[in-house]
Design a protein around this ligand. Sequence first.
Ligand code: ADP
Ligand code: MG
Length: 261
Amino acid sequence: YNIATLKRANNHHPIKNVKNIIAVSSGKGGVGKSSTAVNLALALQKQGAKVGILDADIYGPSIPTMLGTEKEQPLTPDNKHMSPIMAYGLASNSIGYLVDADGAMVWRGPMASKALCQILEDTLWPELDYLVMDMPPGTGDIQLTLAQNVPVTATVIVTTPQDIALIDAKKGIIMYNKVNIPTLGIIENMSYHICENCGHHEAIFGEDGAKHLAEKYQTQLLGQIPLHRLLRQDLDSGKPTVINHPDSEFTQLYYKIAAQV
Ligand code: ADP
Ligand code: MG
């Protein structure tokens, strides 16, 4: 699949100003979904697209931290809508902007899904070619409700090469198939570790898992991102690698993925 050749995945009413919604999903938490979503969004933007990011991970919003915007709050010009928070040219919104730092989310599934749909619809998105949605992990209630209520164009699945992550990634592909949302491809994160002393590549979590998964479900392996301290540090400091190290090999890897979307 390629976005350009896709019909709208379903016939929900479109979100104003938003051409394509790309859901970045994973079966498991902690595999690097948010890290990938934010760097992919920035890579798409650097290639000339207008891009926004919606942090749909209602129970663990991390986009504000990764964009260095955690202290900001969206303004509301009319007490109904929210202006997105701008960071590095990206328009963003997140439940993280709307609750205080330790406001843990204890909402049940239906409420959480409703809140999410509302944030998506009530944000005054500028004209966007892509809205990247950082999805909550799993294939439960929230994913299904979102898939059925939001005009998602396609999904990108993030996994590590580890068997337990791959099993959950597979469930993700199957779920999105069932709700007629095409899978653009799989991104293997923490694919290998680069030794900082000798440059040696070591497969810590296993090899070729995502490649085999992609083959089995007739989708593509969009790219492999190594496990590296720099990626982690850049995200923790609120300046993702695509911004903070634009000439790095890692940024090139994200560009390569963005070019396939
Ligand atoms: P998820 O959204 O799937 O729960 P995150 O993107 O928040 O996962 O990643 C979990 C943690 O791992 C974060 O602290 C992030 O900085 C770190 N991380 C993610 N991908 C990488 C990577 N390729 N190299 C180094 N650290 C990474
Ligand atoms: Mg996350």
